[in-house]
Design a protein around this ligand. Structure first.
Ligand SMILES: [Zn+2]
Length: 405
């Protein structure tokens, strides 16, 4: 009887989940494909290489052990969405580059440690590819640390090594502006024409440490410098395809080919403004219209970046164009697969950081929808598993294997 009750519950909740998914995404879900997709999804190791969750821990007091409505990631919804491992980004604005940013980075890392240690039954910190496998086997979430902007190393390879010791396993070399490591893709007139002399040393030291180099956000010239100097594959932790959505934050086909030839991986960002050209254009127009209000906010919160970000997010939500569809994300995957094959693409959502995600993919609990669409488009289980996490794991272990060599 108990057994029947259990299967009844499973069927009931599956149907309930399908229905709610249907209602939320306004999309008809084929239950046969959906059930097959869920099985594959739960057999796979699903990895997201970029979530800005530490930012909402600080700005909104989000507690990752509780289900929250104010952000996109927590341990409960990660489990619901079958997301096994995530990189929490220690994001430091370039505005702090000259203001001792290491302090802020250390505080954020401390917060990640504190929060993860509060929920030993749900999650563990992971420091290696083997840790991800081990924690996955335990049925827990693996939490890893990446750093978004190398500003906090403050021009010191010693600090770089210290951040590695604390568990930082990738660094996005810069963010929206140039820093002392390299130029940014959105920083305007070039300062270094790629990597700076210090940036070259950083790349070599990261190789030696076994730390992944993240080329998201960096300028095209910096990208080419990194590819030339790095002895191991690199990642773009949260970028998309420029041929589909023409922003400098995305990679051109030439760059994707070179990244793949080196064995690296492009982890796709879910932000509608990097996925869909129409959204990008419309949002640029909206930004122009919002300028007077943005200036007011910048003045009001000039000493408090957290509050500025919160106020900006609220304003943006009011003005944002309708989000992209999940199909568009799939188009980016198809494009990369056609261009270089299935071994060089993965997922790096930018949840808790970017402001508008595809319909049906509003938070981490919706991850199975990607597997559903991959299956629907004819991808085989082996290929789906690569996209969901194995491609990234391949790069991670290649970087680890070079450690100290
Ligand atoms: Zn970013």
């Amino acid at each position: 009887m108990k057994k029947y009750f259990k299967s009844f519950c499973v069927i009931f909740f599956t149907l309930f989940f399908i229905q709610s998914l249907y209602l939320r995404s306004q999309e008809k879900i084929d239950p046969k494909i959906w059930n097959k997709a869920l099985k594959i999804h739960h057999r796979a190791i699903v990895i997201d290489t970029h979530c800005d969750t530490p930012m909402v821990m600080f700005n909104r007091g989000v507690n990752i052990g509780e289900k929250s409505n104010s952000n996109e990631v927590d341990l409960i919804r990660m489990k619901e969405g079958g997301l096994d491992a995530v990189f929490f980004a220690v994001y430091i604005s370039n505005k702090l580059d000259k203001k001792h940013p290491s302090r802020r980075a250390l505080e954020i890392i401390d917060e990640v440690y504190n929060q993860v240690s509060k929920y030993p039954e749900l999650a563990e910190l992971a420091f290696s590819s083997l840790d991800i496998h081990r924690i996955h086997k335990l049925g827990k979430r693996a939490i890893l640390i990446g750093m978004e902007n190398g500003g906090p190393i403050e021009g010191s390879l010693r600090l770089l090594r210290d951040f590695y010791r604390l568990g930082v396993r990738y660094i996005t070399l810069t963010h929206n502006q140039h820093n002392d490591i390299c130029d940014s893709s959105t920083g305007g007139e070039s300062r270094w024409k790629g990597l700076s002399p210090f940036g070259r040393k950083v790349v070599k030291e990261m190789n030696r440490l076994g730390m992944i180099i993240d080329v998201s956000h960096i300028s095209d010239l910096a990208f080419w410098d990194v590819l030339k100097i790095s002895k191991v594959p690199v990642i773009a932790s949260h970028s998309c395809v420029r041929a589909i959505c023409n922003t400098p934050r995305n990679l051109s086909d030439k760059m994707i080919k070179a990244l793949a030839a080196k064995g690296g991986v492009i982890q796709l960002n879910f932000y509608s403004g990097f996925l869909e050209e129409e959204f990008r254009k419309k949002s640029e127009e909206k930004y122009k219209l919002m300028q007077p209000q943005l200036k007011e906010l910048e003045e009001k919160y000039k000493d408090n970046e957290a509050e500025l970000w919160e106020a900006f997010s609220k304003l943006w939500k009011k003005h944002a164009p309708p989000p992209a569809s999940v199909e568009v994300l799939l188009n980016h995957i198809d494009h990369i697969v056609k261009l270089v094959g299935v071994d060089y693409v993965g997922l790096g959502s930018d949840y808790d950081g970017a402001g508008s995600f595809p319909r049906g993919l509003e938070d981490v609990s919706k991850y199975p929808l990607i597997t559903y669409h991959l299956l629907k488009r004819g991808y085989k289980e082996k290929e789906i598993k690569k996209i969901l996490g194995e491609n990234f794991l391949r790069v991670f272990s290649a970087v680890e294997n070079l450690r100290n060599k």
